[in-house]
Design a protein around this ligand. Structure first.
Ligand code: IDC
Length: 461
């Protein structure tokens, strides 16, 4: 018996559903197919086909695939109406499994014959939507090797939220310290073997945040290409024993619902593809702004089930109001979240600060909120909120001391050589291969590296 899973994905459809603002966006689509050859004998076989809908609910569906070997034929199928034309198989719902909710699945099966070989189908479509092929995750992700035993992922394993803390596989609170990429649409030259090696072994970072902008020439311009790039950074982090924080970097417009369908399609794909990995954390909206907490909560309660359908045990981080300030930058505070939390488990809330702009009143909020909400500082800068201006060493130190004390994880903006004071490297660094020596660091890079590179002492029992 052999079992082969085909994880599939995701493509925009032409069903022009209109979002609240802006141009029409496609309905979210996504599917996962587990194709299992349960028995095989001379010239014949039996297979199970489990279809999981990872996109918006569908009512009426047809699954199709084309056999890689022209000798493969369906003889008899069940739980659907089966037909084959040439080497293309069409499988249409019967009445009782017509509707598939987000995360809904149906189990089908058939017996077949083959001459020659009996490989699994290479690609599937649901309702005529071509799944995104090589980027959709239909092939298992490459084996990057087990994260080394002494690495952050090797020690801590699959993370979970326990109480207000991020906990490791021994249910003990831990703090992860690491770096955020700059926008991957602009700074891909900074993310390569040499820079990731330096981040893991010289900087001793625990995590890499992958900032995938949605607008500003980001995801919306090439969903398949950006999905694939994010996946390859996940693999590069995993191979070095680092956690990967997949950041759906919404910024302008500030209402995450503008990108709701894109978010569902993106997360259906990356969650299906990376479900078996222990190093992935999902951040569903970078910095909601100009939008109410109830709107953010509604977005979260639609995106989280899509992730859970594909990857049930991963930690998910929800952005907060006022550029992920827990509402403070909008004149509110954490009580709006405490009194009306997202209806989901194993989640945390994002808090962002820029040390030269956000000081005592923001720190007071975090101190209070940390007793009630699981917080993750998915982005901070040592400078002003513009990403530029002078570094504020005193405020940065006060912030990082507070986060250490509260065991709140953090990622610094940015691991890049952008020509702005928040960048850790001097301009031009990413044209070379040296990401380790002190000469390539900016003032901010030197300060942050001195904090990140100290020993972690993660609990191991
Ligand atoms: C900034 C970048 C800058 C870019 C700008 C707009 O540093 O190069 O031009 O975004 O895309 C955030 C955002 C983050 C910002 C950063 C600094 O999450 O995207 O990056 N910042 O302004 N929130 C507060 C500050």
């Amino acid at each position: 018996m052999r079992r082969i899973s085909a994880l599939l994905a995701v493509c925009a459809t032409a069903l022009g559903l209109t979002t609240l603002a802006g141009p029409p966006a496609a309905a979210a689509t996504g599917c996962k197919v587990d194709y299992t050859i349960t028995n095989q004998w001379q010239g014949g076989f039996q297979a199970g086909v489990k279809v999981t809908n990872l996109g918006d609910a569908v009512s009426g569906w047809t699954l199709k695939w084309t056999w890689p070997d022209a000798g493969q034929k369906v003889t008899q199928g069940w739980n659907a109406t089966w037909s084959q034309s040439g080497s293309t198989v069409s499988v249409t719902n019967v009445d009782w499994n017509r509707t598939l909710a987000t995360g809904g699945a149906t189990d089908l099966g058939f017996t077949g014959t083959f001459t020659g070989s009996n490989p699994r189908p290479a690609a599937f479509t649901l309702n005529g939507v071509a799944c995104t092929g090589s980027v959709g995750g239909e092939e298992p992700p490459p084996d990057t090797g087990n994260p080394g035993t002494g690495t952050p992922v090797g020690i801590n394993g699959q993370l979970k939220v326990c109480g207000v803390n991020l906990c490791n596989q021994y249910n003990r609170p831990i703090q992860l310290r690491g770096m955020s990429t700059h926008g991957i649409q602009w700074f891909s030259k900074c993310y390569n073997t040499a820079s990731l090696d330096a981040l893991a072994t010289n900087w001793k970072a625990d995590l890499l945040r992958i900032a995938m902008y949605v607008q500003e020439q980001g995801y919306e311009t090439d969903p398949a290409g950006f999905t694939s790039r994010v996946n390859s950074y996940v693999d590069m982090a995993e191979a070095r024993g680092m956690y990967a924080l997949i950041d759906f970097h919404t910024l302008t417009p500030g209402d995450p619902n503008y990108n709701l369908d894109r978010a569902k399609t993106f997360f259906a794909s990356v969650a299906a593809r990376n479900a078996a990995k222990k190093n992935v954390i999902y951040e569903i909206a970078n910095e909601p702004n100009g939008v109410s907490w109830t709107a953010i909560k509604s977005y979260a309660e639609q995106v989280i089930p899509v992730i859970r359908a594909a990857d049930p045990d991963a930690v998910v981080i929800v952005g907060t109001r006022g550029w992920s300030s827990l509402g403070v930058s909008d004149g509110s505070n954490e009580t709006e979240v405490v009194n009306n939390p997202v209806n989901a488990s194993n989640i945390m809330y994002a808090f962002h600060f820029y040390a030269a702009s956000h000081k005592d009143n923001y720190r007071a909020t975090v101190s209070r909120a940390a007793a009630k909400l699981p917080l993750f500082v998915t982005e901070f800068g040592t400078v002003s909120a513009t990403g530029g201006g002078a570094m504020d060493q005193a405020s940065t130190t006060a912030w990082l001391d507070l986060l250490d004390q509260l065991k709140i994880s953090y990622a610094n903006w940015t691991y890049s050589d952008a020509n702005e004071s928040s960048a850790a490297f001097k301009p031009g660094t990413c044209n070379g291969t040296d990401y380790s020596s002190s000469g390539v660091l900016t003032e901010s890079g030197a300060l942050v590296k001195s904090r990140i590179s100290t020993a972690d002492s993660f609990p191991t029992s």
